[in-house]
Design a protein around this ligand. Structure first.
Ligand SMILES: [Zn+2]
Length: 214
């Protein structure tokens, strides 16, 4: 399989959640272990809840591709990648199973303890590469694994622009400037909207604000 050693100055601080986007578990498993695929991940969770540990997290897996988050580039350097079995938008996107959520919750709690990772750093592939990726997508409910990513305090007087909200969410400035519509779609997936468009309705701005502030 594909992997690299981690650089000493780049510590693990993120967990990136993906879906496999393949027609079957076997195909996904083979792809993640094949050298020819140029992709890999640390963990794979099947629809029946089995957790496959494919690579020791002390090594770097190749799951994020070209990616940016907050002020970091190349998120593989800083992250652990978890793939959830799901055919994805291309081959038949379905709900994640309850047992998959249960296994993911256990795995993430284990990783959080071992690597001291904050809830706000449990992120999606669609967040760190919004122009290219849509996984794990709008059918993934992060609340089901007990994670509350955003807990900003409300400042009653302050009005936030969409740009400010997108930066607070965590998008890298490059993406907000160059791919604003893709960023909006990524937020809508995070909000579990059923229909994903890049329109900026009043409802969306309100939902986005409520996602970030408690
Ligand atoms: Zn992915």
């Amino acid at each position: 399989m594909n992997y690299s050693s981690r650089k000493k100055n780049k510590i693990v601080k993120y967990v990136v959640i993906h879906y496999t986007g393949m027609k079957s578990l076997t195909l996904a498993y083979q792809k993640l272990l094949s050298e020819k695929s140029f992709v890999s991940a640390h963990y794979l969770i099947s629809r029946d809840g089995t957790i496959f540990n494919l690579l020791c997290p002390s090594y770097k897996a190749w799951h994020s591709g070209k990616s940016k988050w907050k002020k970091n580039n190349n998120i593989n350097d800083y992250s652990i990648g978890i793939e959830l079995e799901n055919k994805g938008h291309e081959f038949g996107y379905s709900n994640f199973t309850n047992i998959q959520y249960l296994s993911l919750k256990r795995l993430i709690n284990f990783i959080k303890k071992n690597f001291n990772i904050l809830d706000e750093n449990i992120i999606f592939h669609s967040d760190i590469a919004p122009n290219r990726k849509q996984d794990p997508g709008e059918k993934f409910f992060i609340k089901k694994i007990g994670i509350n990513r955003f807990k900003f305090n409300k400042e009653s007087e302050k009005k936030y622009s969409l740009y400010e909200l997108l930066i607070l969410y965590g998008f890298h400035k490059y993406y907000v400037k160059k791919y604003k519509k893709s960023c909006i779609r990524a937020v809508k997936r995070s909000l579990n909207y059923k229909i994903i468009t890049s329109s900026q309705s009043k409802k969306f701005l309100k939902d986005f604000y409520n996602l970030l502030f408690c």
